[in-house]
Design a protein around this ligand. Structure first.
Ligand SMILES: [Zn+2]
Length: 191
């Protein structure tokens, strides 16, 4: 086991994450406060783990010819702030101060365009397989740090399926919200 990295947010960067810049971002609207954390899952092709396809996808470098599924997403320009791999490694694609393109058409508590005011966290995973324990541990660690930095997300954690219910199913039925929230509470209690 590797020692747990101690995460820290400095100038919108997560220290402890590997920086993998994506061009798929723009500015948040002026005077927009970060107030929501959105949990997703992604795997390319679906339910296959490992490799660098997700990184390449968020960097507009995926070779669409490598798999039939890739043709269904060909040309899509999307991103996320963070990706947590099956190993627990965290990658950051977009600075938190910028607007990543992870949510699409979406609405949270009647407020549309969640990309404007949220942080996106992708877990390498799928709707039909359990996530790794280390992913929950790291997600809780990262969320705790983000919550100390962006206080509004203390109250506001959602899944992609919660903010785009007719379009999206992730993080899916295998994502255990109780486990995630319990780990998060434990981390805060031990502070
Ligand atoms: Zn999603």
């Amino acid at each position: 086991m590797q020692p747990a990295p101690s995460f820290q947010v400095i100038d919108g960067q997560l220290i402890g994450a590997r920086q993998v810049p994506s061009a798929n971002y723009n500015q948040r609207p002026e005077h927009t406060e970060i107030q929501l954390l959105v949990v997703h899952n992604i795997s390319l092709p679906p339910s296959q783990f490992g490799g660098e396809y997700i990184e390449q996808f968020f960097q507009n470098q995926l070779d669409w010819s490598l798999h039939p599924y890739f043709q269904s997403i060909e040309g899509m320009q999307v991103s996320t702030h963070l990706l947590i791999l099956r190993t627990g490694e965290v990658l950051q694609f977009v600075n938190f101060n910028d607007r990543a393109w992870h949510a699409g058409r979406s609405s949270y508590l009647a407020k549309k365009e969640c990309n404007d005011y949220s942080i996106g966290v992708e877990l390498e995973g799928s709707d039909d397989l359990p996530f790794e324990e280390i992913q929950y541990t790291v997600l809780a660690q990262v969320t705790a740090v983000l919550q100390t930095h962006y206080r509004k997300i203390l109250q506001h954690l959602a899944g992609h399926s919660d903010i785009a219910p007719n379009r999206k199913t992730d993080p899916g039925p295998f994502f255990n919200w109780v486990k995630f929230r319990t780990l998060l509470q434990q981390l805060k209690a031990n502070k």
